[in-house]
Write a protein that binds this ligand. Structure first.
Ligand SMILES: NC(=O)c1ccc[n+]([C@@H]2O[C@H](COP(=O)([O-])OP(=O)(O)OC[C@H]3O[C@@H](n4cnc5c(N)ncnc54)[C@H](OP(=O)(O)O)[C@@H]3O)[C@@H](O)[C@H]2O)c1
Length: 346
């Protein structure tokens, strides 16, 4: 049993990490005690104590297109301060930094579980802030482990997500038939994993005395990642089972296009002044451009630590899309005025 300090407990991944660490003494560092969820083995704290043995730094501002300054304050400065605190913990065994495979920016091809040189470009300010945070971790004279997660879609049990992000909004717009085209090719891997699978690597690293060979692990689907064409085909079948518009072909799956064509589509949407389409494009812009940079993530070291079998991506995609659609329908129902007129433009 270790004294574990966890940041990001109120988020999608932190909560599941804490749940999987039952049997340990977990202190969750939160910003708002009143809003924190409850788990029997988790003590909610607002400040840190130096008897900490394991630090799991999971907190981050995950708004992909927030201003870089704002993201740097949370993600880079926040990490630097946690490292500073870690250096003052005499019993520290491990500092686990939760990062993202997106820190690889516009790099394509095989991405190894190793330090990333600065990519030519980042696709959004979030990626840049997470890459910079990694540099602080790599430079620290501490027993650090970086765990880069791929796209964490939702729970493999019921598709639930504590906080929906760009992926989830894009899924909903897709279902509504509002995404006529997507950048990318049939063969582009889309590395999605469940929240449970992502958290299992962080929990395993926290409970293992060993440090991995490179100090960097990828919690990802790797060679089991579905291809974009397969994923869209699967979603088309799943949506058709639920919706007559999909079944009859009134809504068609998006065409896969190159960067230039997708750019033209975005410009047209901007010029149209259509607020709903601008919102759709804003959400899509946070998530879809990464599909133009096909890559496969190595996960050999991660699997050596945590040889858990990855679940079926088809089941995960079906459950998450079903959950997201239900939540959006419920939210739009809640927004309706008492006389039954929709309160928003949707
Ligand atoms: N979800 C993914 O697909 C994914 C993929 C790759 C990597 N990751 C990484 O995994 C980690 C967790 O992601 P998530 O999906 O669980 O994110 P999330 O659901 O957005 O939760 C973010 C967590 O960080 C906290 N936080 C945000 N800004 C903060 C700040 N300025 N100071 C202190 N705490 C702050 C939030 O606390 P409040 O409740 O107070 O806002 C919340 O607990 C992050 O490091 C993220 O970069 C996530």
């Amino acid at each position: 049993m270790s004294n574990i300090l966890l940041s990001g407990f109120t988020g999608n991944i932190g909560y599941e990490v804490a749940r999987q660490l039952a049997g340990n003494r977990v202190r969750a560092l939160v910003r708002n005690v009143a809003a924190a969820p409850h788990l029997p083995h988790v003590e909610i704290v607002e400040s840190v104590t130096d008897d900490t043995e394991i630090i799991i730094h999971c907190a981050a501002n995950t708004a992909f297109r927030a201003p870089l300054d704002e993201l740097r304050t949370a993600n880079v400065e926040g990490t630097r301060r946690m490292l500073e605190f870690a250096a003052r913990c005499p019993r520290l065994k491990k500092f686990i930094h939760v990062s993202t495979v997106c820190a690889s920016g516009d790099t394509t091809g095989f991405i190894a579980e190793a330090a990333l040189s600065r990519p030519t470009a980042f696709l959004n300010p979030y990626e840049e802030s997470k890459w910079e945070a990694e540099q602080w971790v790599l430079g620290a004279d501490l027993p650090t482990e970086i765990i880069r997660l791929s796209i964490v879609a939702g729970s493999e049990k019921d598709g639930s997500v504590r906080r929906q992000g760009a992926l989830h909004h894009t899924l909903f717009w897709l279902w509504r038939g509002l995404i006529p085209m997507m950048p990318g090719a049939e063969e582009t891997p889309v590395d999605i994993i469940s929240t449970e699978y992502a958290a299992s690597f962080i929990a395993a690293a926290a409970q293992s005395a060993q440090k991995s060979e490179t100090g960097i692990l990828h919690a990802c689907a790797g060679e089991f990642a579905p291809r974009l064409g397969e994923l869209l085909g699967h979603l088309t079948t799943a949506f058709s089972a639920q919706s007559a518009a999909w079944r009859t072909g009134a809504i068609l799956p998006p065409s896969l296009v190159d960067a230039q064509t997708f750019g033209l589509f975005e410009t047209t949407v901007q010029q149209s002044g259509d607020l709903l389409f601008q919102r759709v494009c804003g959400d899509a812009k946070s998530f879809l451009p990464s599909l133009l940079y096909p890559r496969v993530y190595g996960n050999q070291h991660a699997l050596a630590l945590n040889p858990q079998a990855i679940g079926d991506w088809r089941s995960l995609a079906s459950l998450v899309s079903h959950y997201v659609i239900e939540q959006h329908i419920r939210a739009s129902h809640d927004r309706r005025l008492p006389n039954g007129v929709a309160a928003s433009g949707q």
